[in-house]
Design a binder for this molecule. Structure first.
Ligand SMILES: C[S@@+](CC[C@H](N)C(=O)[O-])C[C@H]1O[C@@H](n2cnc3c(N)ncnc32)[C@H](O)[C@@H]1O
Length: 462
């Protein structure tokens, strides 16, 4: 009896300590979340079609569904659902963060607070609250567009055996972000929606990153960041003299972000098949929504950047995106997945493409293992006669890299592995530096030197 009491007391003490430990809280929340949304773990979203297929589906359900990723048996629907929740929580979380900035001023003396009033510091905080609200409304439009697409593709356009199952899953996802699906399969807004609980693993840094990338890719003022990349890539593609035979050449762009470059490639080379690949569900949702929303957007990407600002109006300046005039080119597939598991669809000619060109803008330094990226690019030789690789970007290694090569080493490595350079340029001169979501009106501005190369793989596949 005493033993049991001791065990229970120890358990109680351990639990009360763990409860205050944030990784444990997150772990528990994840378990509970998994239990609540178990069915989402068993469904896979196939891109580019947006078709949802249960893991144990009848093989007939896979008819007409292309799968571009090997071992695609892990569900990505849960990740989609989580990303939608994180997007939905932008307003609450950003308002909270802005509230903290306001609350900190309470630690100041009355004199100081009065002076802040004279500076209209508090009205600045209010204006930033309004900007957050406006950004939140834009994000809501993106969420709504994406959900509408999911509902239309899976419940309205298809005679699907799994409709009831998918309806329940989609409705569950919608309800988490303030929408419901009517029995007639129409998306409706839940009035005065309040989330049941906040998503504990919400990563608002990633949300802001994805939403800011909408500006980087689609707004006019960020054209200065896009031009150096676009010019090099389009000029190199031009040298490949693609003929007009439809879809005999493939351009693959991993780490496509918000997809502007792949869009422009597809527009400029309409006979070429273009596939953009993005692993982040947040980026993917925003990219898809850009194509489907009929509302123009106005995003204030620097609203929460208090440091280095010249004025309040600079901090909250909006970037306009005329989404209503953006249409996805027919030859572009927007894919969601990990590039390292990508396999291209078969080309028109004897199952093989003439060329596959991999375009990697600001991508290769995201690799944990750069060799894996290179091996994936090289594996494409089994699907075409020639593999080309066009790269533009810095070498700013991020995610726990196993290897961090410099320009010279990377050049030698390409040679060792059978690549022949068609061109290589390194831009480090001040005028050639390239911003990346750089706030050109602030006192802090970051710029990158760019490594640009175009290489051709000499050893063809069998
Ligand atoms: C630095 S960002 C560049 C985005 C875009 N190319 C641009 O220039 O704006 C790198 C992107 O690669 C994506 N990414 C990272 N690893 C990936 C992988 N294995 N497969 C596909 N995308 C990946 C990230 O989600 C991120 O959007």
């Amino acid at each position: 009896m005493i033993d049991i009491l001791v065990i229970l007391t120890c358990l109680f003490i351990v639990m009360s300590v763990l409860r205050r430990y944030s990784p444990f809280q997150k772990w528990m929340a994840q378990r509970i979340d998994n239990a609540l949304h178990k069915s989402q773990l068993t469904t896979i979203l196939y891109s580019p079609s947006l078709r949802l297929i249960p893991k144990n589906a009848n093989p007939n359900d896979m008819n007409n569904i292309e799968n571009f990723f090997i071992s695609n048996n892990t569900s990505n629907l849960k990740s989609i659902s989580e990303s939608l929740r994180q997007l939905k929580e932008y307003s609450i979380k950003a308002h909270n963060a802005n509230g903290t900035i306001f609350k900190r001023t309470r630690e100041l003396s009355n004199d100081m607070i009065n002076q802040l009033r004279e500076l209209q510091y508090f009205s600045k905080i209010t204006k930033i609250n309004e900007s957050i609200q406006s950004n939140g409304q834009m994000i809501d439009l993106l969420i709504e567009s994406f959900l509408n697409d999911l509902v239309n593709v899976n419940l309205n356009s298809l005679n699907n055996d799994n409709k009831k199952f998918l309806y329940e899953q989609l409705n569950d996802i919608c309800k988490n972000v303030g929408y419901a699906i009517t029995p007639e399969y129409q998306l409706t807004k839940i009035l005065n929606f309040e989330p049941d609980s906040l998503y504990i693993n919400s990563d608002q840094y990633r949300v802001v990153e994805a939403v800011s990338h909408i500006c980087r890719d689609w707004s006019q003022p960020f054209q200065n960041e896009r031009t150096p990349i676009e010019e090099f890539v389009l000029n190199q593609l031009e040298t490949l003299n693609f003929n007009n035979q439809v879809e005999r050449n493939l351009v693959v762009m991993p780490g496509a972000g918000l997809g502007r470059l792949s869009h422009n490639i597809a527009t400029k080379f309409p006979s070429v098949k273009v596939q953009s690949i993005e692993w982040s569900t947040l980026m993917y949702i925003c990219n898809m929504a850009i194509y489907s929303t009929s509302h123009d957007l106005e995003i204030r990407p620097f609203a929460m950047h208090y440091s280095g600002q010249l004025s309040t109006s600079d901090q909250i300046r909006p970037y306009e995106i005329q989404t209503s005039s953006i249409t996805k080119p027919n030859n572009l597939d927007v894919l969601l997945g990990d590039f390292r598991t990508y396999v291209p669809s078969t080309g028109v000619q004897n199952g093989k493409y003439e060329t596959i060109t991999v375009v990697t803008p600001f991508f290769i330094d995201t690799a944990e293992n750069l060799f894996e990226y290179i091996e994936t690019i090289e594996s494409l030789r089994y699907h075409c006669k020639t593999v080309q690789w066009i790269n533009v970007g810095p070498l700013k290694y991020g995610t726990r890299p196993l290897v961090q090569l410099n320009v010279e080493e990377l050049e030698k490595l390409r040679k060792i592995r059978g690549w022949v350079d068609i061109s290589q340029l390194v831009s480090t001169d001040y005028e050639e530096l390239n911003g990346y979501l750089t706030d050109t009106k602030s006192l802090y501005q970051g710029y990158y030197g760019l490594l640009k190369f175009h290489s051709k793989l000499t050893n063809p596949g069998m």
